[in-house]
Structures are given as C-alpha cells and as structure tokens.
Design a protein around this ligand. Sequence first.
Ligand SMILES: [Zn+2]
Length: 128
Amino acid sequence: MARCPFCYCKINHLYIEVIESVYKLKLVNGRLETSEKVCDDSLVAAIVCPRCLKKLPLNYYEAGEFLKGKITLARVSSCTFKNDFAVRRGKVYRIRGEREVEGEKTALLLLEKIEDETVAAIVKASVA
Ligand SMILES: [Zn+2]
C-alpha cells in the first residue's frame, strides 16, 4: 500500500486539488486585465495526502502508480544505494528522479519498484 513520505501513514486514496478555469492575465495600457479563458479542462493543481494534507510532488498519472505501489517517494536518508538502485525497507527500487518539496530543503526521491525478483535479489545482495 502507498505510504505518505511526510506523515508515513498508509494511504489507499489521495486528495486532488483542481483548478476549474484558467484565464489569461496581461497588461492593457499599463493596467492588468484578465481576458479570455485559456482552457476549459480542469487542471490538476496538487496531489495531496488525505492524512497530513501535505502536497505530494506527483503528477496525475504518477498518482495512479503511487496508489498501486509501483512508485514511492522517499527521503534520501531512508535508502541505501547501488548505482541507479535504492534499497528501502528491504525492497529494491530504480531511482526515477528527484522531486523538490515546497518549503523543504531536501528533495524526495521518486522510486520505481523493481518487479524482476532476480534483479532485486542481486541489488539487495550487493548493498548488504
Ligand atoms: Zn501524509
């Protein structure tokens, strides 16, 4: 199950903040003017932990992977590393990238679970 990287609660759903409409803001004769709608589709503003209400640095599609347990967000200090792999709580992940967190100095790692048990066992053995 997905786990929040901030409050560490197990979560089986997320909150999603959505912007219903976006308008163009421009200068007209030196004054700010809001003009035509830029888009009608809802825009995802943030994916939020339902327990601690902190914004998770994920996009809409990653939110699905996160809930499925395919990817996770982790602090660097909670992992051990081997090349492009990270081991955390006994599980092996490929490092997909780093994500900045609003109001925090250290970024979170975006980790992708290794499904191949052979690869996972080799990586685990090499960091032990
Ligand atoms: Zn949380």
